[in-house]
Design a protein around this ligand. Structure first.
Ligand code: HEM
Length: 255
């Protein structure tokens, strides 16, 4: 490192040019870095410096949703072919992506509520409910379920009960069912985490840019894509519980 005296530091503008228009070597060409880095507002035109992270986090989330949707299409095809190892490996990828999407929301909590109000002025009446990736993902669970029923439940003649309790053998049907419920759980966890982000930034008592009460999002977050996979758990608890009644004898007597 040169001593500070003779070293000329780059100006803010020089850094901005380097960030926005990098040299395009093979790596940059293959990854379309020039186009990618032009997808955000020019650095000199941001409403506030926090707007860049606001745009990037949303854009990155759209990319992850693109990858999730693409992977789910493959999963459906592998379900059809009953290639269960493929189904499970690809679901693992989807689950990790979902987890990452949820974790990334925390980045936006480094933005102050005031800074967000300045950004919000830029959004027109756009809302996350118009997210192309999210809208695609919301359409997929129904098809996933149909593929699961056709491939693993013999079109419906095998029951969820038999997989989880009556004939429980921890087989591929069970493993794929668990991958489905994990997808469902992680999807709803994203929605709950996003509610906390809203609570931190604009508050839950406010209206969205569409004029709807933000609180309505709570009902979406309580939805389940695959209710049968959730219901089997309480059915089993009630069934097993009916053998010992509502309350079991204490096991601490005599201690
Ligand atoms: C400070 C940051 C954020 C705020 C204040 C915020 C606020 C909101 C609000 C108010 C809604 C309800 C819209 C309506 O009823 O029309 C909404 C929905 C939504 N937002 Fe955000 N959001 C933020 C960040 C994000 C990020 C980073 C994503 C990334 C994907 C996202 C995705 C969504 C989605 C998918 C919905 C629809 C949710 C559903 O239908 O359950 N939001 N957001």
């Amino acid at each position: 490192m040169k001593s500070g005296k003779s070293h000329k530091t780059l100006s803010k503008q020089e850094y901005y040019e380097m960030i926005e228009s990098p040299d395009m070597l093979d790596y940059g060409v293959y990854l379309n870095c020039d186009k990618l880095l032009a997808c955000q507002k020019p650095l000199n035109g941001l409403a506030t410096n926090d707007e860049l992270q606001f745009q990037i986090v949303h854009q990155v989330e759209e990319l992850w949703m693109k990858l999730i949707a693409f992977t789910l299409v493959d999963i459906m095809q592998y379900m059809e072919q009953k290639q269960s190892h493929r189904v499970i490996t690809l679901f693992k990828r989807v689950h990790r992506l979902q987890q990452m999407m949820t974790d990334q929301l925390a980045i936006l909590e480094t933005m102050s509520p005031k800074e967000y109000q300045q950004i919000r002025l830029q959004l027109g009446n756009g809302s996350g409910q118009e997210s192309p990736g999210f809208r695609t993902l919301l359409k997929m669970p129904q098809d996933l379920w149909t593929h699961f029923v056709n491939a693993y439940l013999d079109g419906g003649s095998i029951s969820i009960d038999s997989i989880y309790d009556e004939d429980y053998s921890h087989d591929e049907k069970y493993a794929v069912a668990e991958a489905l419920i994990e997808f469902d759980e992680l999807f709803q966890l994203f929605r709950w985490r996003h509610l906390f982000l809203i609570h931190r930034s604009i508050g839950l008592g406010s209206d969205s840019l569409k004029g709807r009460p933000v609180d309505l999002l709570q009902s979406g977050a309580s939805k389940r894509f695959f209710p049968a996979l959730w219901e089997i758990r309480s059915k089993m608890t009630n069934r097993w519980g009916s053998e010992y009644g509502k309350v079991r004898p204490s096991i601490s007597k005599g201690h």
